[in-house]
Ligand binder design. Sequence first.
Ligand SMILES: [Zn+2]
Ligand SMILES: [Zn+2]
Ligand SMILES: [Zn+2]
Length: 105
Amino acid sequence: MVHEKQRNFSCPFEGCKRTCFREGQLQRHIRQKHEKRGEMQCPECPYRTVWKIGLQRHVDEVHKRVRYGCADCEFVSPRKDQVKNHAKKAHGRDITWADIGPMKA
Ligand SMILES: [Zn+2]
Ligand SMILES: [Zn+2]
Ligand SMILES: [Zn+2]
């Protein structure tokens, strides 16, 4: 039986919703998921993150200088979510992630 009240050790790492019954369990989770072994290092600068997607975005933004552009105007941004927000606000268009491709420099 699960007692919700016992789930009171929650992972302190941003974006992680893991909760554990016991502190030792949480510490093991942190060791396995968040400490050095799980950390990824940018090959081109000292930037580190435990999030694979975060590293990919960092490399795209900072080193590859990938830019995403709006199909309807001159708006350009290093981030897809900003292009998506822009399209919604400026043109009232709900575009999908697949519609946003990197621009050729
Ligand atoms: Zn965690
Ligand atoms: Zn870097
Ligand atoms: Zn636009």
